[in-house]
Ligand binder design. Structure first.
Ligand SMILES: Nc1ncnc2c1ncn2[C@@H]1O[C@H](COP(=O)(O)OP(=O)(O)OP(=O)(O)O)[C@@H](O)[C@H]1O
Length: 285
């Protein structure tokens, strides 16, 4: 647990651009983004497709580098950990990531139990019988049975696979769990079960969450604070309940108005989008 006054995660001025074609302007995916996450806190990232959510998540998880800016987790500058396999392992110990499609990220040849024991051994956390005992504990935590432990990914449902992905992430006892659209592909009732599980894990272990989702209702349910991203930059941030109920920025209002519900009018969304685009072009001239 982080007991110092400094937040567990401190990101300052992160910037990332992608050079996609020779002679073309680079695509700025992340533009001067700063945020903090306290131990045990859940921070949400929202914004439309292409706003930079996944790139920020991947930078925090160490799967992508920032061109500039700094990122510290538990006081350690992520860039000073170095390169190569050992450095990757050290980064993964601190921050684990769960993706939308666990099928793609789980090794299809391994059973659930092997997936977990493999992760623990890789990080030198348990050997032999200890690893099996550790796997049993993890399975209990994510509510998977001993029978399911012997199955391979293709023999599990989407929700069960996501539980395995979460258990594998927890196997290395990370300080931060990054969830990139981790419940987006699940049906609503399975989604609710996974969200409850995440909440339980957070309360028990004080793990911090970076929760990326396009689903504002889910973000409202899971997170304490939220960053609203537009074009790679943060346009609004604050306590989730404040931002989603009393949005200050026109783009946040547009995002909220875009969610279908009773009385929802797509023409209203189109009109708001047009007004928002107009206000941006006015501001830049
Ligand atoms: N590896 C890459 N190469 C080139 N461009 C990239 C790469 N990764 C991301 N981008 C670009 O960076 C921008 C931000 O992408 P990112 O995936 O972070 O957005 P997002 O908000 O997560 O979108 P979505 O909700 O659709 O996943 C987009 O314009 C995207 O095309």
């Amino acid at each position: 647990m982080n007991t110092s006054a400094t937040p567990l995660v401190v990101a300052d001025g992160l910037h990332r651009a992608f050079h996609v074609a020779r002679g073309a302007d680079p695509v700025v995916a992340v533009d001067d983004v700063s945020f903090t996450i306290e131990a045990g806190e859940a921070l949400g990232l929202v914004g439309e497709s292409g706003s930079g959510k996944s790139t920020i998540a991947r930078i925090l998880a160490g799967l992508e580098r920032a061109d500039s800016g700094s990122l510290r987790v538990a006081g350690i500058d992520r860039r000073t950990v170095g390169h190569g396999a050992a450095a990757r392992l050290a980064r993964a110990r601190q921050v684990q990531m769960v993706f939308q499609d666990p099928y793609g990220s789980l090794d299809r040849r391994l059973t659930v139990e092997q997936t977990l024991t493999h992760a623990m051994r890789l990080h030198g956390l348990a050997g032999g019988r200890d690893a099996k005992g550790g796997a049993a504990e993890l399975l209990e935590r994510v509510r998977l049975s001993a029978t399911q432990a012997r199955l391979k990914p293709y023999q599990l449902s989407g929700g069960q696979r996501q539980r395995v992905a979460i258990a594998r992430a927890l196997a290395v006892e990370p300080a931060v769990l990054v969830l990139d659209e981790a419940v987006s592909a699940l049906d609503v009732s399975v989604q609710a079960q996974i969200l409850e599980l995440l909440d339980e894990i957070r309360r028990e272990s004080r793990i911090s969450l970076l929760f990326v989702s396009h689903d504002l209702a889910v973000v409202d349910e899971v997170t304490d604070r939220v960053l609203v991203l537009f074009g790679g930059a943060v346009v609004e941030e604050g306590r989730t309940q404040d931002v989603l109920r009393k949005p200050a920025h026109p783009y946040t209002r547009l995002l909220i108005a875009s969610v279908p519900g009773p009385g929802w009018d797509p023409h209203d969304v189109i009109a708001r989008r047009a007004a928002f685009e107009l206000s941006r072009s006015d501001a830049s001239t």
